[in-house]
Design a binder for this molecule. Structure first.
Ligand SMILES: C[S@@+](CC[C@H](N)C(=O)[O-])C[C@H]1O[C@@H](n2cnc3c(N)ncnc32)[C@H](O)[C@@H]1O
Length: 207
């Protein structure tokens, strides 16, 4: 890949191989070149949403990347936190922060091979264009305890385009207390074409 990774390249991904290649290249510069430079708010919104719902550990951070969500949760004394992500390169950066117990390289749209079970599931920036659709919800429910709190950011356009509302409806025998609250993904530092992008904070409990 010749250009520096950015949102445009991330939203255009069409395979796991492309996801791995892009994030391998992006991992070292992601926190500063993307997170800080674009005023990326999702990790904070997800963490505060989870805490506000009374979420507690053990927590699984889905598409954990470099660990931005866990940095917030760890400051709030929530743990232990495990990370799952397709990109070993992103998880290498996350590991260096010392905020995770286990780091799992896996595709969350498939059954996740872990003996661990979770009281909380969080995710920022992973349910979005070119990444994970509603098919990612069932494998996560399978490794969550009854009563587990989910707090997931879902890109608003992606939510509409991929039929999340229908998927949530179809899961009504497995989940309860479904709530949606929109927030701005970026602040005013973001490039003009993404400055007003919205995500839904999708929260629910496993029945
Ligand atoms: C935009 S980053 C978000 C990282 C972190 N949660 C944050 O908010 O900074 C999206 C992450 O989702 C991961 N990802 C994409 N598709 C995935 C999949 N099918 N299974 C697991 N992780 C995936 C990518 O590797 C990447 O680390």
């Amino acid at each position: 890949m010749s250009d520096e990774p950015d949102l445009k390249s991330a939203y255009a991904l069409t395979s796991n191989a492309q996801v791995e290649a892009l994030y391998e290249e992006w991992a070292q510069s992601y926190d500063t070149g993307f997170g800080q430079a674009q005023g990326y708010q999702s990790p904070r919104e997800v963490a505060l949403g989870f805490i506000g719902l009374g979420g507690k550990g053990p927590v699984l951070d889905v598409g954990a990347g470099t660990g931005l969500v866990a940095e917030f949760l760890a400051r709030a004394q929530i743990g232990p936190i495990d990370a799952v992500d397709l990109s070993a390169g992103m998880l290498d950066v996350a590991r260096s922060k010392g905020v995770y117990r286990d780091l799992i390289v896996a595709d969350v749209t498939q059954p996740i091979d872990t003996p661990n079970r979770y009281q909380g599931v969080v995710s920022a920036g992973t349910f979005t264009h070119g990444h994970v659709g509603p098919e990612g919800l069932v494998p996560l429910l399978d490794i969550a305890e009854t009563g587990a709190v989910f707090a997931l950011s879902v890109n608003r356009q992606h939510y509409e385009n991929l039929g999340f509302a229908q998927a949530i409806d179809d899961l009504s025998d497995k989940i309860t207390d479904v709530k949606l609250r929109d927030f701005r993904i970026y602040d005013d530092r973001a490039d003009e074409d993404h400055r007003d992008d919205l995500a839904a904070l999708l929260s629910f409990r496993k029945r």
